[in-house]
Ligand binder design. Structure first.
Ligand SMILES: [Zn+2]
Length: 130
């Protein structure tokens, strides 16, 4: 499989690494939404966060927290946000990025997408019974 993030983890593609541990790496996103936008990437190829065992989830989010604290210290944003992904780029990664009031992501997701009409009772039933 030709996975860009696996190749970055192996060092075959260069990256700006800002964090490393035995489970994952933290790198700068090459298409950032703001300065300091990072990705926390498990070293092993896993596509979705819900495919990780609980022990992996713990390691991944502890690393995301450490990266978030680095972003907070370096850039002093109002918030540091996370977003677990693994779709378009099919290797799990947690986007960790700074956000301040009024920027492009401060109201995400409500401000950036048309709001659907939701039957909340039906949606709650679906999720409770899933
Ligand atoms: Zn991969």
């Amino acid at each position: 499989m030709d996975c860009v993030l696996c190749r970055i983890v192996k060092g075959e593609i260069p990256s700006y690494t800002i964090y490393e541990d035995d489970f994952c790496i933290g790198i700068l996103d090459i298409s950032p939404c703001a300065p300091g936008h990072c990705l926390v990437v498990p070293r092993d190829h896993v596509e979705k966060f819900y495919d990780l065992p609980d022990s992996g989830i713990t390691k991944l989010f502890v690393a995301a927290k450490k990266v978030a604290r680095k972003i907070r210290k370096a850039y002093s944003p109002d918030h540091v946000c996370i977003f677990a992904r693994g779709g378009r780029l099919p290797h799990l990664h947690v986007a960790v990025f700074p956000s301040s009031e009024g920027d492009g992501v401060s109201g995400f997701p409500q401000s950036n997408y048309p709001r659907p009409t939701v039957d909340f009772a039906a949606s709650a039933d679906l999720l409770r019974n899933a």
